[in-house]
Structure formats: structure tokens, C-alpha cells
Design a protein around this ligand. Structure first.
Ligand SMILES: *Cc1c(COP(=O)(O)O)cnc(C)c1O
Length: 359
């Protein structure tokens, strides 16, 4: 840290992303990426001719990408906003709909970036604890008079709320924006997109990073009524008009139009999730019912941090969070069936060698 950094920034604790080690080959089950490659149409869309065109700026309106997304979701292009990762969409939304006098309400156990952005943007955080079993009580979000963000399914728990419960939150907060972060919705939860035309205060945010195998392309999108989207564009055109690069625009449109490939991959991940969950249960783990591409699990045989370390030494990365409430837990991304077989075998070995026997 230099002596020039402002005290505000010096006091900020930035987000810690999951490890992306470049040294050796791990089985990577720590950042919820897809184990499958992007649609083959993505490689076809990115030709040498398109690489040559990188000398030109990208389309600031992202017209073809927005047409592809709007077509898939039954919306108008003016109801969709592209982001450089859904992180950017969420950041734009916080910039647009929160400030010093309009706090952001969110759960104690949820996506860590919400709190980090509140710090960066001087937005007061209203943290609402989840229940003992990590479920979210929707009534705690009624009539808050604050902007709300809910990850649905939530991370790192994987638990999802039914659409009808989110609808009640929308109804009980007509004067405030409710952001529903649907990063994992394609793995079995109910999307709030069908509510967009009924609730002008609803903003749904989705991403290409998990279910569409394009984490490295950095592409997300927000969906909501045209006025909300215009507000987000005000932020975008005040910060970074060319926020999506040319190759990612092409990749995103091609991927969105390959529905069959997308559905097949999501189904494969959900199958592997069911298998993994059953195997973990057989090893004595407690798991939460997951609607996402990961499983949140704990065992009485050892603390979460030790399991994480032991797996890492054996070449498998999972995610462990230091927060006291979830220190016993690890979050395991669903990989290929073969990766999960190795993960289960390795976990079994670790428990046999190091675990405390059950009482
Ligand atoms: C992964 C994730 C995101 C951000 O993903 P991007 O790669 O920026 O699109 C947003 N919200 C949640 C809950 C996530 O897990």
C-alpha cells in the first residue's frame, strides 16, 4: 500500500477470489466454473477475421448480443443490459440504486462481493442473518425501504427460494429495487424473469460464467423493465461505454443461440450433483439440498479448513470460507463424473487416515 492511497480505500477489505493456481494441475472444484467447454459455436464465431477487427472498438450498444439474449428470455433488447461479468451488472445496479442514504440489504451468508462493493461505494450495509439452517426468511425483507439483493440460489449454500416467495418480497417493497442474482438459476431453481413485466422494481442478473462455460470471457446480463435498464446504461456510459469486448460479444451471442448444448450441460451437472450428494451422505457428510452447480457440505470427522488443506495436498481444490458461521463447511463445485469419482475416493482416504471416528 502506498502512502498516496486514500484512507477510505486503505480501510477496505477487497474480495478474495478462489485460487486460480498456474503452477500445477489440480482438479478444480473451487470456483464454480463449468467442467465442460463452451458451445462449439463459440470457436466458430471467433475467426481470424474477427481477431483482425480487434483494432476497432466493440459495439457500445451490444445490439446482436442483446437480440440473442432477449430472444431466449422473451424480452425486448431494451430490457437487457450486458456486463463485463455479472459482477459488473451488480456493481452498476448498486451504483444506480443505492447511496449513502439508501442502504443495501442482504444476507449474512451470501456472495462476498455485495459487502465489498458497499464499502467501495460508501453504501451502508443492512445485513440480515439467515436462519439456523441457512434458509432465508422472506418476511424479514418485507417493507424495508432499502434496496435488496438476494442471490437465488444462494452462494455458498446452494439453497433456493421459490419464485412465489420472491414475488412477495417484490410486492412488499414497491418503492425499492429488488435485485435477484441468478448466477446459478440454470441448475434447477425457479427464475424470476417471468415476473419482469409485472414488477417495475425487479432486476434479475444472470451470468455466462457458470452454466454457459464462459467464465474467462467475462459476460453477464441484467434483465428488468426498460426504465431500470436505462438507469444501468447511465452508469455504463459514465464509466466504460465499450464494456464488452468484440470477441466476447461474438462468443456470447453464439453461445446463447445454442440452447440444446446449454440444456445438455446443465442436465449433466445436475446428474453428477445427485450422484455426489449421495456419495457424500454415505461418507457421513451433512449436505444442504443444492439447486446450484456446487454442494455445501460438512463432516463431524474434521473441520472444514483441514479437509480443504488435505484435499489440496492431494491435488483437489475446494472452497473453504473463514467466516465463523460456515467455518465447518466446504463448498464443492460439481466437475465431470470422473473428477467427482476421484474427489469422493480421495475424501474417503482422508477421512480414514485423519478423521476423528464418530462417537
Ligand atoms: C459467480 C457469481 C457471480 C459473478 O460472476 P461473473 O463471473 O462476474 O459473471 C455473481 N454472483 C454470484 C452469487 C456468483 O456466485
Amino acid at each position: 500500500m502506498s502512502r498516496f492511497l486514500t484512507p477510505t480505500l486503505a480501510a477496505l477489505a477487497p474480495y478474495t477470489p478462489g485460487e486460480q493456481p498456474q503452477d500445477k494441475q489440480y482438479i478444480k472444484l473451487n470456483t464454480n466454473e463449468s467442467p465442460y467447454p463452451p458451445s462449439p459455436r463459440v470457436a466458430e464465431a471467433i475467426s481470424a477475421a474477427e481477431v483482425e477487427k480487434l483494432r476497432l472498438y466493440s459495439d457500445p450498444a451490444c445490439a446482436d448480443l442483446l437480440a440473442a439474449i432477449a430472444g431466449q428470455y422473451g424480452l425486448q433488447p431494451g430490457e437487457v443490459m450486458p456486463g463485463n461479468g455479472s459482477d459488473e451488472n451488480l456493481f452498476f445496479a448498486l451504483r444506480a440504486f443505492c447511496d449513502e442514504n439508501r442502504p443495501l440489504a442482504y444476507a449474512d451468508i451470501t456472495y462476498g462481493c455485495y459487502g465489498v462493493w458497499c464499502g467501495l461505494l460508501h453504501i451502508p450495509s443492512h445485513i440480515i442473518p439467515l436462519e439456523k439452517d441457512f434458509s432465508l426468511d422472506p418476511t424479514k425483507y418485507y417493507g424495508l425501504g432499502e434496496t435488496i439483493v438476494i442471490a437465488n440460489p444462494n452462494a455458498p449454500t446452494g439453497l433456493a427460494l421459490p419464485r412465489a416467495e420472491i414475488e412477495k418480497i417484490l410486492r412488499q417493497n414497491p418503492g425499492n429495487v429488488v435485485i435477484v442474482d441468478e448466477a446459478y438459476v440454470d441448475f434447477g431453481a425457479e427464475s424470476c424473469v417471468p415476473l419482469i413485466h409485472s414488477y417495475p422494481n425487479l432486476l434479475v442478473v444472470q451470468t455466462y460464467s457458470k452454466s454457459r462455460s464462459l467464465a474467462g470471457a467475462r459476460l453477464g446480463f441484467a434483465m428488468g423493465n426498460a426504465e431500470l435498464i436505462a438507469d444501468l446504461n447511465r452508469v455504463k456510459f459514465s464509466l466504460n461505454p465499450y464494456n464488452i469486448n468484440r470477441l466476447t460479444l461474438l462468443a456470447g451471442a453464439a453461445s446463447m443461440r445454442d440452447t440444446a448444448y446449454f440444456r445438455k450441460n446443465c442436465a449433466a451437472v445436475m446428474d453428477t450433483r445427485a450422484w455426489t450428494q449421495a456419495q457424500l451422505a454415505a461418507l457421513g457428510f451433512a449436505t444442504l439440498p443444492s439447486s446450484a452447480n456446487f454442494i455445501f457440505a460438512r463432516t463431524d470427522a474434521m473441520p472444514g479448513g483441514q479437509l480443504y488443506q488435505s484435499l489440496r495436498q492431494r491435488g483437489i481444490l475446494v472452497r473453504h470460507f473463514a467466516a465463523a458461521r460456515i467455518a465447518d463447511w466446504v463448498r464443492i463445485t460439481i466437475g465431470t463424473p470422473e473428477q467427482m469419482r476421484v474427489f469422493i475416493e480421495t475424501t474417503q482416504q482422508i477421512l480414514a487416515e485423519e478423521g476423528t471416528p464418530h462417537a
